[in-house]
Every structure is written in C-alpha cells, then in structure tokens.
Design a protein around this ligand. Structure first.
Ligand code: K7E
Ligand code: CUA
Length: 681
C-alpha cells in the first residue's frame, strides 16, 4: 500500500496530548486551591463568570471533568472513535476525549458536502453496487463498524460497516476516509451480526438476523421451520486491493433462529467465530388476526437461546473444496454439512442475549441476556473439551448443543438488562445495562486477568438513558488501552434542549482511570461529558489510538482518482484543458485551482451527451474545491489533487452558471463559469 508513510497530522499526538492534559489538570487544581478574589483563574472566579452567564456553578469534580476533556484550539485528541450512524447510513468520526465530531463519512447514503452520490461516477458506482435486483437503495441502517486488525490489534488501515436493513457491507479506506466498496449479501435480505473481522482481517463476518428464505425468495410463513433460514456470511478481504473478494467468499446455512451479533476468536480461539442468537422458539408472530403470540412474547419464551460456535478454519476448507450449494451464484455450506463436519456447535445462553464479546486473551466468551441480570462467561478451553468429549444433545435440527455447566466458567450478577461488554488493560470489563441505564464495571477472573479477585461486580455508574452499546479504547482487541468508556445512549430525554420531538442520542464519556476502591459508589467511574448525536442512531463504535491513523491530507499525486486509488491517466492537468466535440459527444477536460476553472465557459447543444472531467490541481492542505451545476443535480467535492468525472445528457436548455461550493479563497465567488446549453430548433 503506497503512501501509508505520508506525513500525517495524527502522528505523535498522544504524548503531546497527555502532557497538555496534565497542564490543564494542573491549572484546574491551581484554580481549585486558589481562593483568589479577582474573579480570574479560580474556581470561584469561574463560577462567578458562569453565574453571570446564566450557567450553574461547577463542583470540584465537574471542574476536573472539564479539565480532562477540554482541548484548547489546535490540540488534537489522542483517540478517534468510529461510530455507526444507524439509519443515517453513515459513519461518524469523533475525537476522544473532546467528543468533537470530526467528520461524517458518507457510506450508503448520498452526502453533498463530500460530493457523495451527486454525479461523480466513482461515487455513483460504489452506491450502485449496493443496488438490490437493480433497485436503488439509498439509505441504510449501519450498526457495527469494524476497524481492520493485524494480529488482533487495530492497524488503522480500513473500517468496515454493515447495513442491517438491506444486508450489505461497506469498505472504507482510511487513507482518505472514503467508501470504496459496497457489497450486497446474495442470500440474505437483512443482517445484523456484521461487521466483525478476524485477527488479521482475512475475513469479514456478516451474520444474519430475521430468518427469511435464502436468495431473497418467497416462502409461506407456515413453512418457517423448513424454508426459512438463518445464515452467516464470511467475506474474504483482499488487503492489497483494499476490496472484498466476492469470488472467495461464502456463507453458511443455519437454523432459522435469529442470529444476532458475532465476534471473531483471537489468540487461543483464533479460527473460531461466535454468534449469539435469539428466537430459538421459532416464533412467527401473532398473525394478521392477532390470535397468535406476538414476537415480543413468542421469541422470549424459552429460558435459553444458543450461542453459535463456528469452526471457521474448517468452514474455509469445506468452501475451498466446493462442499457447497449455490444461492444466487454464491456458495453456501449446508446445515447438515456443518453438523457432519463438526463446524457448528451450540451453547445454551441465558434468555434473549444480545451480543457476544471475546475477552482480550481469546480465552473467554462473554454473553449477557437482556432478561437475565447476570453476564455469563464461557471458557473456550472448556468448550473444546466438551466438543472432544461429545458432551452434547442435538437440537431439533440436529446441531450439537454442548452442556451449559461444562462450558460455563462464571456468572456475575450485574444489574438489569445487561447487553454489551468491553475490556480494559487492567482486567476489568464494562457491560451496558439497558434497563438500569448504567454502565457496570466488573473484574475478569483467571490467571490472565484479576485472578482470585475476579468474577465480581466492582460498581456501576448511571448514564442517561437506555444505553445500548458501549466502547472503550481498543476495548475489543488483544491489547485494550483503558482509561475511558463511551456509553452510547439511545435516549437523551432531558439532557439537552429539545429540538422538537425527535431528540438526539447521547454519547457519554466516562472516566475509568480511578480504581473502584477510590470511588466505591460508582466503581471508580465518573461521567465526564455529554455529546448529542443529532443525526442517525449509532449502535456500536470502536476507538483507535489516533497515532495509528495515517491519512493523506492531500492526494499523493495530481489527477488521483479515489475510486481506483491511483492516478487517472485521462485526468485533466494544467496545460491540457480542452473541449472536444464529436457529433453529439462532448468531452471536457477542466482544471480547478484557486480561484478559477479552466475552461470557464462551455457551450454545447441541447441533447448533447456530456462527459466532464475535473481535476483539483491545488496541492495544499485543505484547498478543496467544489463543482456544481444547477438543475442537473451535479455536485462534486474535489480534494487537493483529486480528479472526478460526471456524465449526463444535457436535455434541459438554458444558461447554467457552475461554481465552486467551497469557500476556497478571497476570490472564491469568482470561481465560476457558464455552461450554455443552446436549444435545438
Ligand atoms: Cu443496537 Cu449491536 Cu445492532 Cu445492541 S445492536 S444496542
Ligand atoms: Cu474553489 Cu471556491
């Protein structure tokens, strides 16, 4: 991957940030201890100013939080969070601990600032690859971002994200933070358990959710048990190409339980995939007349659902050997084959769980049931032993269900509605409690963590409100960092001024540096900062050290095409700008530089087919130009060095001023041109 070593403004920031934080911290301490009466530089002074501004006074604890989260202008965050955008269809990039939104990466949904999906052929092709049977689907419900990993650690090269609504996954290249590929799942119409990557990003996992007939087909709901299917798809990632290799990818047929979330094994458990599931009851709803049991009751009736443990290495061998059948031309390993070949095992999990999280050493699988106040920890070693001892009974589809007591390592009572878990560097785990609206901190036991001091709740801190996922810095890798947790709260209720009845979600930054003993009432945790998310509904997020990211600040060469990540030999460059006409075909090579387009006048005839190439030949930091044509729905963002092409039939006559949408210079208003479409007659 050329260009990874390009100078970057992210690099070497963490040390600086720590030093600066200490400085701020020292100032705050000084302020707190200073009784000063002049109203400046003391907590009293701060509170006097706050009162005068109509704000509440701050406690010493709150001043501490302010000092630990405030970044003066120009200071960069030591961490970057990639959060799903929910049904905004995008990915949010947020600095931690400042909780400042740095960017919304356009993924499945057109976004005009980035010129994503408004005529730029490169972006249209990516969006079109997510079409379903030729239908344009231009929104998505993104749930789980996955940063690429090397040896189980984030490497900062790519981030992947799923679309729950339409079973699609996307690849974002972190050299330019742009989406490069969207892949539609050939067998499932919806998904949920994606995306998760294996420790070296060889495979991207996409698990299903609501069971349907495979191949987007119809089958009567009465035939649910036989014709509806669960699934998990594993996509082969070609890191060199920066793309999913569909030709080497495959899926597995599962019973029509609702697979929920997955995680890849790591270290000792590398080569395995784990997914939780619910609706092992095979509920099909109350029906049109409402006489049956609704999903809410029907899908949570049993005491146990099944964690799916999948031997990925074996599945890969089977797929390579062609032990598959085809659905929509895509290879699928059949359920019976998975059973016969010892690929698939079930493990009972407390009712209606949500998510499975593998501990940093790969030794434990952590599952929490929404309707069980415990989190349940399973041992990978015990699982392998149970498989070898054939300590199982088959379920109704013949899948071996391992003995719960043989595989379970521990259960810890955390509180009401435990969902998702993250880890830190001290052997603590953090689990979101949806019903309690809290984050629980607990200790992992065993020699790799807190030993005999483990398997106990350390305390919990209230959050506002209805927490879904939570995320800790590198908190699902083989070497978590700790220090923070961000609670991704579904509801904000009274936390912010209500901007009408549709309220923002609330990301809450929690300090986890103090030990539980230092602040027993909350297990050492303090909520430091609230960040409203007034766009979409984030689900999962991941936080990476900022110095692992090394993005370009300008494209490496003039005429660079982000769609191919290479120089377009046909890109306009300085000196070769021109307009060529061949009958009805008009092709334009145009450059953009502060503060003019060349050419700045284009005259054509109505009905001409126009191919318009534009290169931003500026090469300085931040010197982005736009290119927009009214009425034709054309709007490009051309970052320094970037080239793009639009193609359209000029069927509307008139005079169309085109202009640069980025305020790029003092003479930006003059960065314009006339596109004259002469009527035919
Ligand atoms: Cu919202 Cu991971 Cu899709 Cu839980 S999921 S909250
Ligand atoms: Cu270029 Cu404004």
């Amino acid at each position: 991957m050329s260009g990874r070593s390009t100078t970057s403004f992210w690099r070497n920031r963490s040390l600086l940030a720590v030093v600066a934080l200490f400085a701020v911290f020292a100032l705050v301490l000084q302020a707190c201890s200073n009784s000063g009466g002049d109203g400046s530089g003391s907590s009293e002074g701060i509170n006097e100013r706050r009162e005068a501004a109509g704000l509440q006074p701050l406690t010493d604890d709150q001043l501490m939080s302010a000092g630990l989260t405030y970044l003066p202008s120009g200071e960069h965050d030591p961490y970057v969070m990639f959060a799903s955008g929910g049904h905004a269809g995008q990915v949010f990039v947020v600095g931690v601990p400042s909780m400042r939104l740095l960017k919304t990466i356009a993924v499945f949904t057109p976004e005009p600032w980035q010129g994503w999906g408004f005529g730029n052929i490169g972006t249209e092709e990516v969006l079109d690859s997510g079409n379903i049977d030729g239908r344009e689907v231009r929104w998505a419900d993104t749930h789980h971002p996955a940063l690429s990993e090397t040896a189980g650690d984030y490497d900062g090269e790519f981030v992947f994200i799923n679309d729950k609504a339409n079973a699609r996954i996307a690849v974002i290249d972190l050299r330019d933070f742009e989406t490069k590929q969207i892949v539609k799942n050939p067998i499932a119409i919806n998904d949920h358990g994606g995306t998760f990557v294996t420790p070296d990003t060889e495979w991207i996992i996409e698990g299903g959710q609501y069971a349907t007939p495979h191949g987007w087909e119809y089958a009567p709901i009465e035939d649910y048990e036989t014709d509806y299917k669960g699934m998990i798809t594993v996509w082969k990632f070609d890191r060199e190409a920066g793309r999913v290799d569909e030709s080497q990818s495959f899926a597995m047929e599962l019973p029509p339980y609702w697979q929920d979330l997955c995680d890849a094994g790591k270290l000792v458990s590398e080569g395995w995939i784990f997914c939780n599931s619910f609706n092992t009851e095979l509920a099909t709803g109350s029906g049109e007349d409402g006489s049956g049991e609704n999903f809410e009751a029907g899908a949570s009736a049993r005491d146990n659902d099944y964690m799916h443990a999948i031997n990925l290495d074996k599945a890969v061998e089977l797929a390579a050997a062609g032990t598959t059948f085809d659905v929509n031309g895509f290879p699928v390993i059949g359920l019976q084959t998975l059973i016969d070949e010892g690929v698939l095992y079930f493990i009972p999990e407390p009712k209606s769980p949500h998510g499975v999280d593998i501990a940093p050493h790969g030794d434990y699988m952590v599952i929490s049931g929404k309707l069980d106040p415990h989190t349940t920890i399973y041992s990978f070693e015990k699982m392998i032993a149970a498989i070898e001892a054939e300590n199982w009974v088959p379920d109704q589809y013949g899948v071996p269900v391992l003995d719960f007591d043989a595989v379970m390592e521990a259960q810890v009572e955390l509180g009401l509605g435990p969902l998702h878990t993250q880890f830190d560097d001290k052997g603590y785990a953090y689990t979101s409690l949806f019903l309690d609206s809290a984050v629980a901190r607990w200790s992992l036991g065993g020699e790799n963590y807190r030993g005999d001091d483990g398997w106990k709740l350390e305390g919990s801190v209230p959050v506002h409100y209805n927490i879904g996922h939570l995320v800790a810095p590198e908190g699902d890798t083989v070497s978590p960092d700790g220090g923070y947790v961000v609670a991704l709260n579904k509801w904000s209720i009274d936390r912010f001024l209500p901007p009408g009845p549709l309220l923002p979600q609330n990301f809450q930054l929690i300090d986890t540096v103090p030990e539980p003993s230092e602040k027993p009432e909350t297990g050492g945790m303090t909520v430091m900062y609230d960040m409203p998310i007034g766009m979409g509904e984030p689900h999962y997020a991941q936080i990476i050290k900022a110095d692992k990211l090394n993005p370009w600040t300008v494209y490496p060469e003039i005429g660079f095409d982000p769609a191919t990540m290479s120089v377009d030999p046909n890109a306009p460059v300085s000196g070769n700008e021109r307009i060529e006409r061949n009958g009805n075909e008009v092709e334009i090579w145009m450059t953009a530089i502060r503060s003019h387009y060349t050419p700045d006048r284009v005259q054509i005839n109505q009905g001409d087919h126009v191919t318009w190439h534009v290169t931003n030949i500026d090469t300085s930091f931040d010197a982005t130009h736009g290119f927009s044509i009214p009425a034709y729905d054309i709007n490009l963002s051309l970052e320094p060095g970037e080239t793009a092409t639009v193609e359209f039939v000029a069927d509307m006559d008139g005079v169309f001023p085109y202009y640069c949408t980025e305020f790029c210079s003092a003479l930006h208003l003059e960065m314009a041109g006339y596109f004259l479409v002469k009527p035919t007659e």
